[in-house]
Design a protein around this ligand. Sequence first.
Ligand code: FES
Length: 137
Amino acid sequence: MAFTYSEKVMDHFANPRNVGEIENADGIGEVGNSKCGDIMKMYLKIDGDTISDVKFKTFGCGAAIATSSMATEMIKGKTIDDALKLTNKAVMEALDGLPPVKVHCSVLAEEAVKSALSDYYERQGIDPEPIVGKIDK
Ligand code: FES
């Protein structure tokens, strides 16, 4: 199937931001898509209620890499509350859209952020249930 990516998608795919791991991360999330088998891992450093650093590793398609890159840019320096409001739609809009068959890749990015925040809450002894409930698996 032929489709084209926006320039922003191509840019974030070719030059992904915030790639890597964070040693001693405060929250780590890993999500996978059962249909395509792609995996996304997200690491968060949290100071107070602010996400001071975020890195990701994605074993997946170009759209998965671009959406994880954009998602990290959108939550870096933001509060936990703001990060929890991040939607796959907002990530797609920031990338000037995705072909319909690639929408699920952006869902993976939203889930990875929420999964990492859920892990952070769990480590803090806070019930992560409200976040986990938002992860549409
Ligand atoms: Fe599955 Fe992109 S094809 S995450």
